[in-house]
Design a protein around this ligand. Structure first.
Ligand SMILES: [Cu+2]
Length: 247
């Protein structure tokens, strides 16, 4: 459900802004959770999502905004979810169909509000899901973003079953690859309180720093999908550490 005032704000957006997007809301272990509405004052909003100002992509891979968007200030709330539970993220009107989706988590601490004092920078991030090019070619194949469009703008992720209890940032990241040599990063973060589960945490080889994990000279990100030899390639591997699934 979108508040009328938010609809009003959104209809006044330029076409440029509407060519982008992000996560508006979540369903966490079956419970509807509000995201932060960009283009609308922070005052009076209460969300599980870190604040973001607009739909624009982040293009500077060294920017603090790459962590949890801009300004990325802390969320007011946490959503509780058992390890093994399901998170659905909603991207209403998402416009792009070439590129992967990567979902990351970072441990904030053992207290239910530990993320309040964690800005997200540093080598704390681990992937729990990544979907890139599943079949076909880079130019026309089945990218994660096509799955997102085909599933009514909904992206589903399962929290690893054996993950230790604690407060976590969950970071969804779309990387749109339709602009030649200019990958667009769309990160948003949610505050989670993960319960039950096990006692596991990812080892060093699974961890990455954000910013830091993506590089300006990374050929599989800074490329053009429109020209050979790239466009007809059928293999594309997302850079960064392997996905952690627990044992
Ligand atoms: Cu866009």
């Amino acid at each position: 459900m979108i508040a009328p005032a938010v609809l009003l704000a959104l209809t006044s957006l330029t076409e440029t802004a509407l060519a982008h997007g992000g996560i508006w809301n979540y369903s966490i272990a079956g419970n509807w959770q509000p995201g932060f509405f960009p283009y609308y004052p922070a005052e009076g909003q209460s969300s599980i999502q870190r604040h973001w100002i607009d739909f624009s992509p982040i293009k500077d891979v060294t920017s603090f905004a790459l962590v949890c968007n801009s300004p990325g200030s802390i969320a007011e709330k946490y959503a509780s979810i058992p390890a093994g539970g399901e998170v659905k993220a909603y991207y209403p009107g998402w416009p792009h169909d070439i590129g992967p989706i990567v979902v990351w988590m970072a441990y904030c601490g053992s207290e239910p509000t530990s993320c309040d004092s964690f800005n997200g920078t540093g080598k704390y991030w681990f992937k729990i899901q990544e979907v890139g090019l599943q079949s076909g070619t880079i130019r026309n194949g089945q990218w994660a973003l096509k799955d997102l469009l085909a599933s009514n703008y909904t992206w589903t992720t399962t929290i690893p079953e054996t993950l230790r209890q604690g407060a976590y940032l969950m970071r969804h990241e779309i990387i749109a690859l339709h602009v030649p040599f200019e990958p667009e990063f769309y990160p948003e973060c949610a505050h989670l309180w993960v319960t039950g589960g096990g006692s596991e945490k990812p080892s060093e080889e699974y961890l990455a720093s954000i910013p830091g994990v993506w590089r300006q000279d990374e050929p599989d990100l800074h490329m053009t999908i429109y020209e050979e030899p790239t466009s007809s390639r059928t293999e594309w591997k997302i850079p960064g550490p392997p996905v952690w699934r627990g044992s």
